[in-house]
Design a protein around this ligand. Structure first.
Ligand SMILES: Cc1ncc(COP(=O)(O)O)c(C=O)c1O
Length: 369
């Protein structure tokens, strides 16, 4: 339900850009776990992790996340952004003379972590293994290196070649730091992400994830060996000097992670819904950018018209999708980014496609992706 702030009137709208990919934010067992924890243990924890803020839910969640990724230890943070800032930033800042090789499309939180660390940064072209190798080859073999990348890129919807990156990391003596924010809960038999699906998790040094997207709550984490986790726990200012996550969030996230470890239903439905939307867009000759993942971007290619398309969809068709403009994506590739989920029906999709066709006609947008 959307309430217009100017008129005060309410109307039903369909949200097409939520990152609560599996609807776990509405899952009754998750909601119940959150309510129970708040009633039993209070609204907040009253301290940082080191000073009275740690409770058994934090520890249980960290163990669950370590197990999800087949790692020795886990560490939770107040968001996925903070996990990247804290973990990648702390490693890059403290490994002497470290250089970070970073995919060109890495998320702002990793870019900020590298900037803060003051470590040298080398950008390789997006998912371009020849470029990554040529940059690795130029570096001193004994110099500490981290390859930082994502498994599923949220604006393109494409996957990283994780196995090849691990091969290169082994060949050139580099650590691997993988952001699985748009993949945890969604891929792999237990929701361990693309690294689980591709059977590469054991080769990755640090897996970073969020509790805010497929797990429907809030918070972030890393999973790695005990030495790395202890190092980050001991040195990361963004872990040490902030209040720990409240019982409601940790209990909800724990329930969501456990649920998605066992249940395939939501993952299968998501893939089926994404395939259905792509096929309807194809039939309507709308310019969606072909992706293998659950993310379905539709190209507009102009910032002003992208905003106009989004406004028309909301005002005339009760469809909410945010325009994605520069600097989130390069100029000329402005897009509407659709995230179909298990709750979107065929009728919702048909409405969306009709609304897009009308909007494309009205704004004389190109049908070519
Ligand atoms: C690739 C990537 N990493 C990290 C984050 C930050 O995660 P969170 O929203 O939990 O802070 C995002 C957020 O959208 C993201 O897209």
């Amino acid at each position: 339900m959307y309430r217009d702030p100017l008129t005060g009137q309410s109307r039903e709208i369909t949200v097409w850009c939520s990152n609560d990919y599996l609807g776990m934010g509405q899952n009754e067992t998750v909601q119940q776990a959150m309510a129970d924890a708040a009633l039993e243990q209070g609204a907040g924890v009253g301290g940082t992790r080191n000073i009275s803020g740690t409770n058994h839910l934090h520890v249980a969640l960290e163990r669950e996340l370590a197990d999800l990724h087949g790692k020795e230890a886990g560490l939770i943070f107040t968001s996925g952004y903070v996990s990247n800032l804290a973990a990648l930033g702390t490693l890059a800042a403290n490994l002497k003379d470290c250089v970070v090789l970073s995919d060109r499309l890495n998320h702002a939180s990793m870019i900020e972590a590298m900037r803060w660390s003051k470590a040298e940064k080398v950008i390789f072209e997006h998912n371009d293994m020849a470029d990554l190798e040529s940059k690795l080859r130029m570096l001193d073999p004994d110099r500490p290196k981290i390859i930082a990348f994502e498994s599923c890129y949220s604006m393109e919807g494409d996957f990283a070649p994780i196995g090849t990156i691990c091969d290169l990391a082994e060949k050139y003596n580099a650590l691997t730091y993988l952001d699985e924010v748009h993949a945890v809960g969604l891929y792999g038999l237990h929701g361990g992400g693309v690294s689980e699906r591709d059977q590469q998790a054991h080769r990755i040094d640090v897996i970073e994830g969020t509790l805010a997207k497929a797990f429907g709550c809030m918070g972030g984490y890393i999973a790695a060996n005990s030495d790395i986790v202890d190092f980050v726990r001991s040195y990361a200012s963004a872990f040490i000097f902030t209040t720990a996550l409240p019982p409601s969030l940790t209990a909800g996230a724990l329930q969501a992670v456990r649920h998605l470890k066992d249940s395939q239903q939501e993952r299968l439905k998501l893939q089926e819904r994404a395939a259905a939307l792509k096929s309807k867009l194809r039939a309507a000759q709308l310019p969606f950018m072909m992706s293998e993942s659950h993310i379905v971007p539709v190209l507009v290619g102009d910032a002003r018209r992208c905003r106009e398309a989004s406004d028309i969809l909301l005002e005339d068709h009760n469809i909410y999708v945010q325009p994605i403009n520069y600097p989130t994506v390069p100029r000329g590739t402005e897009r509407l980014r659709f995230t179909p989920g298990p709750m979107h029906t065929d009728a919702d999709m048909d409405n969306l496609v009709e609304a897009l066709k009308a909007t494309w006609d009205r704004l004389s947008l190109s049908a070519a992706a």
